[in-house]
Design a protein around this ligand. Sequence first.
Ligand SMILES: [Zn+2]
Length: 755
Amino acid sequence: MPNVMTALRLSALAVLGATALAAQAGPATHFATTVEMPAPVEAGAPSPDSLLHLVLARFATGTPEAFDSIYPDPLGRVVVQGAAQRKQLRTPGLGRVLWSNASRAVLLITGTVHEGHATGIETGSDETNRVRRLSGLYEARRSGSAWMLVRQIPFDTLNYIRAHVLHVDIEPGRLSRIVDTLTIDAGSPYGFATRINNATELQLVRLDGKRVKYAFGGGVLWIDTRGRKPGPSRLVLAYTIPAEHEAKATTGDSANVRPSTSPDTLPAYGAMNNTDAWHPFFNYDSGNDFSQLTVTVRIPAQYRLTTSVPQTETVRNGIRTIHGTSIHPQFLLALLYDRDWTPVTQKVNGGEFTLETFFAPGFHFSPDTIANTAAFVYRVLVPRFGEPQAPSRYLAVVEDRQLGHSGWQVRMNNAVISGDSALMLDEPALGPSFAFAHEVSHGWTMNSSGLAANFLQEGWATFCESLVLGAKYGADMERAFWERMRTSYVTGLDRAGFLGGFEGKQSILDNPDNGRIHYSKGSWILHELDYVLGDSTFDRGMRAFISTNGQGPHGYPEFIADMSNAAGRDLTSFVMPWLSGKYIPDVEARVEGSSLVVTQAQPDVLFDLPLDVAIVAGADTTRKTVHLATRADTVPLDNAGAVTRVLVDPDHHFLLRRHWGELERFTFHSPNAKAVELAGNFTAKPIAATRTGDDWTVEVPMPEGRYLYLWRVDGKSPSDLEAIAAVKAPSSDSTARAGVRIVRPLVHLDDRDAR
Ligand SMILES: [Zn+2]
């Protein structure tokens, strides 16, 4: 996916696997820091020019506090904080006054954060990505005699990239020579700035056939288009980029690389990913750089290559020439190549789309299995939401060996990409999950943009995962999937371990780099809308949204408008609290006199919730509907005196705090163990079991739901495969090392949600 923070999707087992469960909470280095509102800067400089120098100097050598005192942007501050924490070298990049008058100025400020000395691996793409929230345009204002930065100006303001025509010559393991002819619309009075790989060596820059002033540094190429009349221009860039992501030729020494089949010095495979900044772009969530992409790649004929878009190829004089075209506006191209691939092309679902597989020998799945599964995903999704990216009708499925030993990881344009160790397409026991369906599903909304781009991309793909699981395994599996997504939100369970959950810490909109929350809370928002609106209305809204994908800014305002239009009413009050709030609804219901009182008590936003409430009176249960749009609502009850329990949202249509549960008892039989602990997706730390004879027990209050548990014996968790086997074949004796526990809403818990 476009966003670097979510580029590497976790495998099924990593999300909820035995290993992850057993892991102690470790530092989650890729986990975005929550960003607070910008604090005012305290200090300035006597002129815009001296302000530039001050900012660049503090960027390079100042403490984060010193930098923050003159620099207001919260996301840029995080860049410097992170670099200082990791003791990474910072060097100044570009500093220019692009425009000024007596009281206001626009500055271009860029910098580079270099990799630490630890790895010794330095890539231009990492440098560009690291500073992409800092290198940019800034507004400065004069206050008295001091000039101060007041805000970052969105990088893509009034500028557009409409098309790329790319010619790429790849020398595997060395470099790529690139000529990019862009059609741009440079409407900004401050010039045309784009991001590009920081290791780029520019050979030529021409605007409408003429030389043009430009500057390059800190991952930004700035072209002086100031003063030009508006309208399309042709920008030609010729440049080289050193190879990144190549495997060593004669491998076997590295754990991440399968030995290549050729003995010479060329690498067996390599990639120019869509996160490598190898052609110009604005930002991963910009809506202004969806462009028509045409690429012609030349590579030694022994390699096969995918352009991640529909393609044709020819071989002549030892050179393979591959021609790819996006057909409709797409985001960023990826080029992946491998000497050992045997591409197979087939028509799927009676010609509905063309599938091309790029697998090396030994890949676990055959092209036919992949075709059958992709066909199934399309048969589930197309009748509801129409075709993805309709005109292209092309899906590539790629084994990317430089990703190492991993499964289905990422989607780049029309390509679903796996590491070399995809052993499962879905995982119905532990998760459940359907990683392959998730990646295929990205095709419907992948050109979303703006602050909630991750919600529209990852939330959507995760939502679709539930539909495909439901179609394959039934409604119970779908429900189990939503239980998993709920637990994932509450606990933040990740491959890095137990992150402590998202509740009260992040909202979807507060930081564009928020990563994991979109999979859990984001997918739940779509699940809730599907329930509230019903399939036919929800699908009509999604079709409208999908049909304009890639045609300019395409974010949550467009999504809400399309859904509202389909519903015939404004859904802003329903959707927005889920996007802007840091809390999910904390709803409770109780009997007072002859009334039912329903309240929502979460701290920040107020939700608009059409809720079902189950009123239990002895053996009788009746249902009431309560539309809760205020802090508290009251509904008359007939037999209030007999009520024993009131359960809000008993069918779990919404992502709510849960107040009811059970005191659960877990027993494990092991005469020989010295220490036994219970782990699971409901507890941050394994819970020590108490020994009685040969049995070990744990008692723990748990909120209603579906949970996975594992027994750690003498410090060891069962392997993923052991856990799957145990869950698939639940035994009545108490020697199974893993299992699924369904908790019912029988008692009101003081300790409400799992912590
Ligand atoms: Zn994804």
